[in-house]
Design a protein around this ligand. Sequence first.
Ligand SMILES: *Cc1c(COP(=O)(O)O)cnc(C)c1O
Length: 357
Amino acid sequence: MQYERDAIQAMTGYTPGEQPADSGIIKLNTNENPYPPAESVMVALGALQPEALRRYPSPSAATFLSEAARLHKLSTDQLVATNGGDELLRLAITTFVEPAQPIGIAEPSYSLYPVLAAIHGSPVHAEPLGADWSMPDDFGARMNAAGVPLTLFVNPNAPSGHLTSAERIDALASELDGVLLVDEAYVDFADPGHDVLSLVNRHDNLLILRTLSKGYSLAGLRLGYGIGAPGLIAPIATKTRDSYSVDAVADTLGAAALADQAAAKRTWQAVRAERQRVCAALRTRGFTIPDTEANFCLAQVPVDARKDAAGLYEGLKDRGILVRHFSTPRLENCLRISIGTEAQNNLMLGALGDLLR
Ligand SMILES: *Cc1c(COP(=O)(O)O)cnc(C)c1O
């Protein structure tokens, strides 16, 4: 007897990056921030009172939202807090897409998008990114022609790290008939100067995703948020979202994390510096790497190398270093490598050097 919906029966679940129990493993596979959360966040954790756990949390995550509003100079009705950015993705689909309507994505991008579409019973309308990972000029027109009510666009792109300019995002939001969700999971690591947040005051169809998982070293906390016009935010915040999807710990610690910009910025700057060093070192070894503004790089293995990407992935794993390898056609000969600490990166570069020698 099959009890699942047909759509669930037919789909394949998301494959998360490996999370080994052994803390001696060097994890360069899931794009976590390699540095610990801010000291002020750990102090806030220690100061939590039992009462905060006995009671239900604030349904809106009010402490966090008011801190986010202050940081971004927006009002709280332009913000919604979610259980990680991933919950916002699911809620955007639930809120803006009729079952069976197509969901627009660029390809390649975040491998969770097709999974969420399949759960909803929606087909995916995928448009390929250019050879240089840029958005094609007719991307918006093609989404409109396909009747897409929601387009998911990750910027900086995963898995390449390519950054699409704010001007291009602005133009895309104008072009699209439906909602544009810009997934900014990695935007904290972009070179300073890139900013699309102010665009939410001019576009009623632009929803921006942020998360504390990467930039604030809080992947274990499960806290993300959406930024958009009040008319986009309200149905999510007051109807489709679970009342208590953000718990009391996340509400308090998330606010502490946003309040300590100086601490977070130190980690972003350290990641940028290491990113530059790692990419240069890999290019010297013959890897082709698109310019990246994220905390990872997509390294294409040289064709004449002693081992292909799958072989290098296995060889690194044998040496206790995890990176990500995707066996889709465009990514087959690439490794996606998260930027770690200086010591971790040196071990990874040394191991790759050995494997290729
Ligand atoms: C990490 C990530 C998210 C959100 O992750 P959460 O941990 O759920 O906040 C969203 N999009 C992309 C592309 C990501 O890599």
